[in-house]
Design a protein around this ligand. Structure first.
Ligand code: URA
Length: 234
């Protein structure tokens, strides 16, 4: 594995910060100063020290992605690009999306190879909150907002669980749901005779979308963020 990947994977810094640290002689491998971030290291046996911190290899990787439009939340699709195409090929081949966003929905996605964690974060019983910035076609009345918050019937007669809406105007706001049915928010607005025209996930559980990530950009989660996710998955 490349040295910079090992350090980034441990959530200690971005690739560009690591390159700078290597150029500045602040990274050692088995006690010798590393000359290039592309150096091949064995995560199981080589002792890597980054700016005085020893780097532990992580069994799993956790990635935050700012999903652009037109990408499918999957690892493969016959007709459209998939979110894992946006990652480094080695990571893309390893991780899966933790939950789905529709092709036209933007924003926060977590991708990981930790199947157990994904499963727990998505389990309906855990009610992990997900917040979305929405825009709708028609003005959303206070009555409709109340109906959405209390629960509406969607596909298959399912009654949605209580959710919260923080309306900023009749046409836009933030909605937080605690479950994840297929096209849930679009279906909910449809149930009150309205239509979603824009949808962007802005947080997943305890983690807000990092505002420094442009559309299509991603980064590894930090150790603190992984701990917060693990807590939410308990
Ligand atoms: N609800 C939707 O309708 N679409 C999404 O992508 C996520 C939630």
């Amino acid at each position: 594995m490349r040295l910079d990947k090992l350090i980034a994977n441990a959530g200690l810094a971005s690739r560009s910060e690591i390159s700078k640290a290597v150029r500045g002689g602040r990274v050692t491998v088995n006690g010798a100063v590393a000359k290039t971030p592309a150096l091949q290291v064995d995560p199981e046996c080589d002792a890597v020290v980054y700016c005085g911190k020893s780097v532990c290899y992580r069994e799993h990787i956790y990635i935050m992605l700012n999903k652009p439009e037109d990408y499918v939340s999957a690892t493969e699709d016959k007709n459209a690009p998939v979110v894992t195409d946006l990652l480094l090929p080695a990571d893309g081949a390893r991780v899966h999306p933790c939950g789905r966003l529709d092709k036209y929905t933007l924003g926060m996605m977590i991708l990981t190879d930790d199947g157990e964690m994904s499963h727990r974060l998505l389990a309906p019983a855990r009610h992990v909150p997900k917040s979305y910035r929405y825009r709708c076609e028609l003005p959303l009345s206070e009555g409709d907002e109340k109906r959405l918050c209390e629960g509406v019937h969607i596909e298959g007669g399912y009654l949605t669980k209580p959710c919260e809406i923080n309306a900023e105007s009749e046409f836009e706001g933030v909605i937080t749901i605690h479950e994840g049915k297929y096209h849930q928010i679009k279906q909910m607005f449809g149930a009150v005779g309205n239509k979603i025209t824009y949808l962007e996930r802005i947080s997943f559980g305890p983690l807000p979308l990092d505002p420094s990530l442009g559309r299509g950009e991603w980064r590894y989660l930090t150790a603190d963020e992984i701990a917060l996710l693990a807590e939410a998955a308990k």
